[in-house]
Ligand binder design. Structure first.
Ligand code: ORO
Length: 302
């Protein structure tokens, strides 16, 4: 049996399969289908300093091979997450990846400092949410802003800091370099691609927020390309995500440069998707005589 363990910024993941923030809530619903301890890590819904109700419905629109969302960072706030959700998640032998957002540099630093003192394993700083007016993409698309917000967060982070990048940029390598030069310990990518749909009968946008973020298999090649470019540009571990559905998709994402992966939208179609993909990955490694999953990272032959 191949060794599935991954050392991610000094934190051991039992395997490289995690869940993508925003598609897994805090794991309760999925925990009814399987032992969440099978996963390498759980990326929880994006947290903000205060509770947020998110955008009004409709917040989801279907697309060929994907979905558009404009959830708007609905979450109970970081304090309730710490009090109510960490004890639940800690029942499982898996890593907790706390995804956090803010609307200003000060808010980002404040929430990173607070979550650092809580019992989580890794912090994922979301500078790429496409669905909020303040924060989100404003921070993630300009190198200067990326540097400012990441260095403020890094000063107070006591756990490894992963910065989640937006694909809605011209040069992803430039953004990655800005994040790493400001102290990011790791990067995760991609967040969703900005999109829009219109109801041709009413002639109105389908989503309440007019635009939303596209995820699912439709974005997989874009994600693989960006992970490849970022892996070439910087020397920190990457969590690759965007449309992964199968063990072979995990292999492809790791060959591009990812050290771990996150599965998101696939969970909506099949709650078992992450564990099925993990078992397929194991089978692939055994079939190909690969002793350790870490051998895949960046091993694409150009
Ligand atoms: N949606 C996304 O597609 N990405 C995010 O980071 C956050 C949201 C959301 O909450 O709307």
């Amino acid at each position: 049996m191949a060794d599935l363990r991954v050392n991610f910024c000094g934190v051991e993941l039992k395997n490289p399969v995690t869940t993508a923030s925003g598609t897994f809530g805090f794991g309760h619903e999925y925990g009814e289908f399987y032992d969440l301890g099978e996963l390498g890590g759980i990326g929880v819904k994006g947290l903000t300093p205060e509770e947020r109700l998110g955008n009004p419905a409709p917040r989801i629109a279907e697309t060929p091979m994907g979905i558009l969302n404009c959830v708007g960072l609905q979450n109970p706030g970081v304090d309730r997450f710490i009090a109510e959700q960490i004890p639940f998640l800690r029942q499982y032998d898996t890593r907790i990846i706390a995804n956090v957002s803010g609307t200003s540099v000060e808010e980002y630093a404040g929430i990173v400092e607070k979550i650092s003192d809580a019992d989580v394993d890794l912090i994922e700083m979301n500078i790429s949410c496409p669905n909020v007016k303040c924060g989100g993409l404003t921070f993630g698309t300009q190198p200067k802003m990326v540097e400012e917000v990441v260095s403020a967060a890094k000063k107070v982070a006591k756990k490894p800091l992963i910065v989640k990048l937006s694909p809605n940029v011209t040069d992803i390598a430039e953004i990655a370099r800005a994040a790493v030069s400001a102290g990011a310990d790791a990067l995760s990518l991609i967040n969703t691609l900005l999109g829009m749909r219109i109801d041709v009968e009413s002639r109105r946008p389908i989503l309440s927020n007019i635009m939303g973020g596209l995820s699912g298999p439709a974005v997989f090649p874009v994600a693989v390309r960006m992970v490849y470019q970022v892996h070439q540009a910087v020397d920190v571990p990457i969590i690759g995500m965007g449309g992964i559905r199968s063990g072979r998709d995990i292999v492809e994402m790791m060959l591009a440069g990812a050290s771990a992966v996150a599965i998101g939208t696939a969970c909506f179609a099949d709650p078992m998707a992450p564990v099925k993909a993990l078992h397929e990955l194991e089978q692939f490694l055994d079939d190909h005589g690969i002793a350790s999953v870490t051998e895949l990272t960046g091993a694409v032959q150009i």
